[in-house]
Design a protein around this ligand. Sequence first.
Ligand SMILES: Cc1cc2nc3c(=O)[nH]c(=O)nc-3n(C[C@H](O)[C@H](O)[C@H](O)COP(=O)(O)O)c2cc1C
Length: 178
Amino acid sequence: MNTIECINTRRSIRRFTEEPVSNDTMTKIIEAAAMAPSWKNTQITRYIVVEDKEIKEKIAAEATNDFNAATIRSAAAVVAVTVVKKRCGYERDGSFSTVKGDSWQMFDAGVASQTFCLAAHEYGIGSVIMGIFDYDKVAAMLEVPEEQEMVALISIGHPAETPQPPKRKTVEDLLKYK
Ligand SMILES: Cc1cc2nc3c(=O)[nH]c(=O)nc-3n(C[C@H](O)[C@H](O)[C@H](O)COP(=O)(O)O)c2cc1C
């Protein structure tokens, strides 16, 4: 699959088969995600792969809505995306580099997450990024260290659906030249 085909055919997948994602495939996905660009190459994004059925069920039952709970229950694994705080967007003396402060860490986590999802797609693994959940509850369940911040969950597994792409805005809507 070439890059444009991978970008265009990736879909958010919310129904999965029971087949697990092998450690080998997971390693290859993270190797690709590690190649994502980041603020001053700070590489602050981290991944916690939750395969344990009890923890997965606890997240589904106690920390999100019914819609995301169904996705999490179906997924072979849920990947918690976290960032190491106080690096991205900062100067060495601890001051912010720009008026955007530390919001660059969310930017970097987004870049890394999309790279993760595209790599997963290349390896035949479906994924969906999920932002609607209780960050503090999930951070506590997964014992995310104090110096890291919970950003997103990505449900992954072998796809059991082939959704149509949701409608996109046109290039005319999106692009301006000056
Ligand atoms: C930051 C972010 C948060 C999202 N949160 C959720 C979510 O909580 N639950 C969900 O089912 N999908 C979630 N999505 C997936 C979007 O709904 C999906 O990307 C969008 O509808 C376009 O569909 P596509 O990914 O198949 O192209 C999220 C996507 C992003 C980028």
